[in-house]
Design a protein around this ligand. Sequence first.
Ligand SMILES: [Zn+2]
Length: 341
Amino acid sequence: MKEQMTRRERVAAAMRGEQVDRIPQSFFGHNRNAERTADGNSAHLLRRAEQFKFDFIKVNLASSHYGEAWGGEYRWDEERSPVEGLLVVKPVLQTVEDFRSLPVLQPDNAVIEEQLKVTRLLHKNGKGEIPLTHTIFCPLTIAGFLAGSIARTPGEVHPVRDVMREHPDALHNTLRAITDSMAAQARMAMRAGADGVFMTNTTWTRDAVTEEEYLTFGAPYDRAVFQAAMDEGATLNVMHMCRENIMFNIMSDYPAHVLSYDSLNARNPSLDEAAVKTMKTLWAGIGIKTLLNGPEEAIRGQVRDAIAATGGKRFMLGPGCSISYKVPVSHQQAVTDELSK
Ligand SMILES: [Zn+2]
């Protein structure tokens, strides 16, 4: 066993496929109460990282902020869930003309600035010792969000898919404006102390669009945002392929270092299949329902299975998707304890 590594050494060694003192790990999930302010959110993320010995932080941002940056309005359904029930009040994109004329955000947009502050504070308060990957949604996912979809299921992307099929030039206008705005956010996040960008693709799976459609309306724009971070020296660009029946072959080829997805879903590649398909580092292994519901021995079993499937090479342990704020401390601690054995 190697001597104890720093977090940066551990993450860098794992990504080079070298021996590590223990497998790196990190988990992420939304907490609306913390996400109300940059100060609250950065303090929450750092506290959790220290508590459970996370080796890097996915800078989780308020998911309403993309819409709010363009003037959209949202509210939280406190009854359904005090921290997760986001509802759309006024979508930004309502007509084809709206798609045609969406503007690029101003560089000093106050909503974006508040999100960048989260990364800036984490970099300062974490003394630069813990790598940070700053969340930015895929342009096509943001388009769905701006059109009023919270993007919970493939069916909810229909407003954008209709525009895609009937007015493709209008959708390209929107995607160009979103991409220019998010590439700028990626560059500013890097300058604020991020090590890379965590890009989330929610909903745009093979169940929602064809591969050809994604290659036309998704991939070029995703690549441009990652490339903006690469041009600023990114070392921790992460592609999160949400849900099931994901476009692994397309997205595993992006200018990113790490791939995040639900490896336990039977409609996605398993970890050992994925490890053969790509030389990128896989960040996966734990089912979000198992983490929430336990029992602890099942969680520990998933930790061991994931390490066995990858041989512990080019592998970091994490959840298949955003975890619930209700995950018991003892379940998260079981992961940390199993990795420290
Ligand atoms: Zn996800």
